[in-house]
Design a protein around this ligand. Structure first.
Ligand code: HEC
Length: 167
């Protein structure tokens, strides 16, 4: 390759990187203005892969929503898992997934076939991954009340009253 050609190629590569960089920055700023999506995960890429593999394989999505995506065929009023990590601790989730009778920890108002199934049969490793993954699903503070309200109403079927009005 001639020296000149090399220079041109490097020039193209540098402008492409600059273009993407600036565009990405602009998009991030625009998202900040209208607050954007309140849900995010703190999981490493490895945990995200393992966690979402289990989420699919164990058919959690038959009943729950994640990233705003709900199975259109499902009609179970199970709480959304978006932001669950801001409502429950990893230790609580591990215990819940390990329970032979999850309803002893969290009572259900639903018919047996719609209730949260026991995942006690999974390996300890899988239950740890599930707990860590769900615990990583966080919600921004400005949307926390909304996430609590939605979970409460799904769990109880009753209207949510914020902590203040209970006092
Ligand atoms: C058959 C439907 C169904 C399936 C499948 C299911 N769940 Fe659930 N889940 C529920 C229901 C309904 C509840 C609410 C408690 C109840 O009614 O038993 C619940 C509760 C939960 C909660 C606690 C919610 C809260 O507000 O504290 C978590 C966390 C959870 N499920 C995670 C999962 C994960 C992860 C999977 C897959 C490994 C899964 N669920 C599979 C129906 C389901």
């Amino acid at each position: 390759m001639k020296k000149g050609e090399k220079g041109i190629l490097i020039g193209i590569a540098v402008s492409a990187v600059l273009f993407w960089g600036v565009n990405g920055y602009r998009m991030a700023q625009e998202e900040g203005e209208d607050k954007g999506i309140p849900f995010y995960t703190t999981a490493s890429v490895e945990l995200q892969n393992k966690g979402s593999e289990l989420y699919k394989r164990l058919a959690c999505r038959d009943c729950h929503a994640l990233w705003g995506v709900r199975n259109p065929m499902q009609s179970v009023p199970a709480p959304s898992l978006d932001g669950m990590g801001s409502l429950r601790s990893e230790a609580w989730l591990y215990e819940y997934f390990s329970a032979e009778d999850p309803q002893a920890i969290l009572p259900s108002r639903l018919k047996k076939k719609y209730q949260m199934p026991s995942f006690a049969y999974l390996s300890e490793e899988d239950r740890k991954v599930l707990a860590a993954y769900v615990a990583s699903l966080k919600v921004e503070d400005w949307y926390l009340e909304e996430a609590k309200k939605s979970a409460f109403e799904k769990l109880t079927g009753e209207e949510y009253k914020s902590d203040d009005s209970e006092k």
